[in-house]
Write a protein that binds this ligand. Structure first.
Ligand code: UDP
Length: 436
C-alpha cells in the first residue's frame, strides 16, 4: 500500500467497487468462470497494484476500470494508483511516447532529467509500495521502479510498439526496464532489443458489461444516438462509415478522410449516400490532441458528408451505439499498440477495415472479420469500403464472425486470467513444493 500524505489515490480506488465474476457467465460460460475463480483462489488476500498516468482517456485506463473491480470481486485486494505531473510532464511523456513508437521528435536532456525523472521521483518520494504484485503501465511511470520504493514483484506492462524506438531514448529507458521482475508486451514484434528480463505476451481486451461494450439492438442504438444525430444533423437513414480514436498523429485519420472523399465520387456508391463519422477525444495526458483535430478539420475542408466529432457527450453509450449502427469501422493507424477500438467495433458486429500494423492484425482476419490494408493504400481502402457498403449480407456475416473472434480471444475475463497466471507464477503460488 502507498503510505502518503496524499489521499487522492485511495479516494479514487474506493469509487471503483468490485464486480461479481458470475456476471460474465452469459459471455464465456460457467466452466470458464469457475476456472477463473479457482485460479484466483490461490491469491485470496494477496494485494495487487496498478500504476499508470491517467484515470481516464485511452485504452489503458479503459481496461483498468474493469480489471480492478473484477480482481476485487475475485477476492484479490486490488488498487489503482495514478501518477500526477505538471502540464510539462504530459507534454514530454507524449513526445516520449511518440519517439518510442519511432517518430522523430525533439527531446532534450532537461526534458528527461528535470521533468520526467523529477516527476517520477516526486510522485513516489514519500511512498512505499508494498502490494504483493504491481503492474506499472507504459513509459510515463516506468522510472518509478528506481525512484520509488517497491516491495512487490513488479512488472512493466508496455502497451506500445517499441520496435522502432529511438536508440538514445531506448537506452535511457532500458536500465529502468531491466530493474523490473518481468516485462509484458501485447505482441512479441513490439519488443526492442536489450531487455534482460523475462518478456510475457498478454493482449488487451474489452469488458462486455460496460456501457460501451454491452451488446445492443440496432433500434435501441439509434434511439440512444437521437440527440447526437439531431445536434450534428446526421441522417440515420444513410449508411455510416465510422472511425473512433484519439486525435493523434498515428491514428492516420487524414487518410480515412481522403479515402472517403474518393469513395463518394464512385458511381456505384453515389446513390447510397454514405456518411463518415469521425469521433475523437483528447486524453488528459495528450496535449497534442487539439492540434491534430484542427488538422483534421483542414483536411475535411467543409465536406458536409464528414462529421468530425470531438469529446462527444454521453461518450460510452454513444460510442457503443455508433459502433453498432455503423456499416463499416475504419482503423488504419500507422502505428498501433493493440487498437481496442477495433475490438469494440467487432464486438458490436461491425466489420473493420484495419491497417496491417500492431495488434490490428490479430483482430482483423481478412475476409472473415474485415480487411487489412497498408496504412496509406487509399485505392484498396476505397475498394473494401465499396465492397462492404454494397454487400449487406457479407457485411453482416463478417459482423457475426467478428463477435465470435472477440469472444474467443479478447474479452476482459481472459485478460484477467492471464494476469492472474503471471501473478501466481511470480509470487511462487504455483510452485508450493519448491518453497524452502
Ligand atoms: N475512445 C472513447 N471516445 C473517443 C475516442 C476513443 O471512448 O472519442 C475510447 C475507445 O472507445 C477505446 C479507447 O478510447 O476504448 C482507445 O483505445 P485504443 O486502444 O484504440 O487506442 P489508444 O488511445 O490506447 O491508443
Amino acid at each position: 500500500m502507498f503510505h502518503s500524505e496524499d489521499t487522492r489515490f485511495l479516494e479514487k480506488n474506493e469509487a471503483l467497487g468490485s464486480t461479481d465474476i458470475n456476471a460474465y457467465t452469459e459471455f464465456i460460460g460457467s466452466e470458464k468462470v469457475e476456472r477463473l475463480k479457482n485460479m484466483a483462489g490461490a491469491l485470496m488476500n494477496k494485494e495487487w497494484a496498478h500504476v499508470n498516468s491517467t484515470f481516464s482517456g485511452g485504452g489503458v485506463a479503459e481496461m483498468l476500470r474493469s480489471v480492478v473491480p473484477i480482481a476485487k470481486g475475485l477476492g484479490i485486494n486490488t488498487k489503482w494508483y495514478c501518477i500526477e505531473g505538471e502540464e510539462e510532464f504530459y507534454s514530454i511523456t507524449k513526445r516520449f511516447h511518440n519517439i518510442i513508437q519511432g517518430v522523430d521528435q525533439k527531446f532534450t536532456l532537461e526534458d528527461l532529467f528535470e521533468t520526467y525523472i523529477k516527476t517520477n521521483r516526486d510522485n513516489f518520494a514519500n511512498m512505499v509500495i508494498d502490494e504483493d504484485f504491481t503492474i506499472v503501465h507504459d513509459p510515463q511511470p516506468c522510472a518509478s521502479i528506481v525512484h520509488g520504493n517497491y516491495n512487490s514483484k513488479t512488472v512493466w506492462r508496455c502497451h506500445i510498439d517499441t520496435s522502432d524506438a529511438n536508440e538514445m531514448i531506448w537506452n535511457f529507458l532500458l536500465p529502468y526496464i531491466n530493474n523490473y521482475d518481468g516485462v509484458v508486451f501485447s505482441m512479441p514484434e513490439f519488443v526492442k532489443g536489450g531487455i534482460k528480463k523475462p518478456v510475457y505476451q498478454i493482449t488487451p481486451a474489452i469488458d462486455p458489461l460496460t456501457t460501451k461494450n454491452r451488446q445492443r439492438e440496432e433500434k435501441e442504438a439509434y434511439e440512444s444516438l437521437n440527440d447526437l444525430f439531431v445536434e450534428h444533423e446526421i441522417d440515420p437513414e444513410r449508411p455510416i462509415v465510422l472511425a473512433v480514436s484519439r486525435y493523434d498523429i498515428h491514428k492516420n485519420q487524414k487518410t480515412i478522410i481522403k479515402a472517403f472523399k474518393q469513395l463518394k465520387n464512385s458511381a456505384a456508391i453515389k446513390k447510397l449516400k454514405p456518411q463518415l463519422i469521425i469521433v475523437g477525444n483528447s486524453a488528459t495526458d495528450d496535449p497534442e490532441g487539439m492540434e491534430m483535430y484542427k488538422e483534421i478539420l483542414f483536411e475535411i475542408d467543409g465536406d458536409t458528408d464528414i462529421y468530425p466529432l470531438l469529446n462527444i457527450p454521453n461518450n460510452n453509450e454513444n460510442i457503443g451505439a455508433l459502433m453498432k449502427v455503423a456499416r463499416v469501422f475504419m482503423h488504419i493507424s500507422t502505428k498501433e499498440g493493440f487498437g481496442l477500438v477495433v475490438t469494440e467495433a467487432l464486438w458490436q458486429g461491425t466489420p473493420v477495415i484495419g491497417s496491417n500494423v500492431g495488434g490490428i492484425v490479430l483482430q482483423v482476419i481478412p475476409s472473415k472479420t474485415g480487411y487489412l490494408v497498408e496504412p496509406f493504400d487509399i485505392e484498396r481502402i476505397v475498394g473494401f469500403l465499396k465492397h462492404l457498403l454494397t454487400n449487406k449480407e457479407e457485411q453482416e456475416k463478417m459482423g457475426m464472425q467478428g463477435i465470435e473472434h472477440v469472444r474467443e480471444n479478447f474479452l476482459i475475463t481472459g485478460l484477467v486470467a492471464k494476469y492472474i497466471k503471471l501473478m501466481r507464477f511470480l509470487l511462487g503460488t504455483d510452485f508450493p513444493y519448491f518453497k524452502i
